[in-house]
Design a protein around this ligand. Structure first.
Ligand SMILES: O=C(O)COP(=O)(O)O
Ligand SMILES: [Mg+2]
Length: 230
């Protein structure tokens, strides 16, 4: 049995911050459809789901950059800014169509959120996904009532691994940082939590750029959010 969340704090737990992609929802199937539709429209080779899985975590711009660099067989730095901006709009267009079609809620997420909700724990989503895509996904999986605060990768000037969105989410939840735990799937979540001075629990089923999450040294690793429930 994994360490309980309360064991990570000196004070009683009051708040939880959740990563979205790879932690609550397996969204890669729909992201991959949109990436490949963007590449197909530009007559470029398709990436496929298994590659896209290793590119998610740093937000849409980095995902599009990695896809274009792969398809054009070049370095990220060689990409043209104007083309990148245009392809990102294409990607958004296709993701608006594909989002939610083949995404799935991970096992254990619903009962774990219900548990913490019933305990009165304040909960927020802090994702690098662009904010416009968050409400639809939460609604599709009936998660929207659990979260009083949702921040996307473009909600603030800084995104994870910077601590700003975590600090902002705690402030919006009115929960002190030292009573809050970040729950994510990638080294980006671990780095953001460390920078905010917050403990971090990670799931082992997410994306983490193809690396085992244990390499990022989170405070606890679990195979299901249910393992974190007291
Ligand atoms: O959209 C991404 O790149 C990652 O989103 P996440 O922060 O919810 O994992
Ligand atoms: Mg994630």
């Amino acid at each position: 049995m994994a360490k309980k969340l309360s064991a990570l704090l000196d004070q009683p737990l009051q708040g939880l911050l959740f990563d979205l992609d790879g932690t609550l929802v397996d969204s890669v199937p729909d992201l991959a459809v949109a990436v490949d539709a963007m590449l197909a429209a530009a007559n470029l080779p398709l990436a496929g789901e298994s590659r896209v899985r290793t590119w998610v975590g740093n937000g849409a711009k980095v995902l599009v950059q990695k896809a274009l660099a792969f398809a054009q067989n070049c370095e990220l730095a060689e990409l043209d800014d104007a083309e990148l901006a245009q392809q990102q709009q294409q990607f958004f267009k296709y993701y608006r169509q594909s989002s939610g079609q083949h995404s799935a809620l991970y096992a254990g997420v619903m009962p774990a959120l219900q548990h913490w909700h019933s305990q009165g724990i304040a909960m927020a989503v802090v994702t690098n996904k662009p904010a416009e895509f968050i409400p639809h996904i939460l609604k599709q999986f009936a998660l929207e009532d659990f979260f009083t605060v949702c921040l996307g990768g473009d909600s603030l000037p800084q995104r994870k691994p910077q601590p700003a969105p975590l600090i902002q989410a705690c402030a919006a939840l009115a929960v002190p940082l030292d009573r809050c735990v970040m729950i994510g799937d990638s080294q980006i979540d671990v780095a953001a939590a460390r920078a905010a001075g917050m403990p971090v629990a990670c799931v082992n089923y997410g994306y983490n750029q193809g690396q085992p999450i244990s390499a990022a040294n989170p405070d606890v690793v679990v195979g299901s959010l249910l393992e974190l429930c007291a």
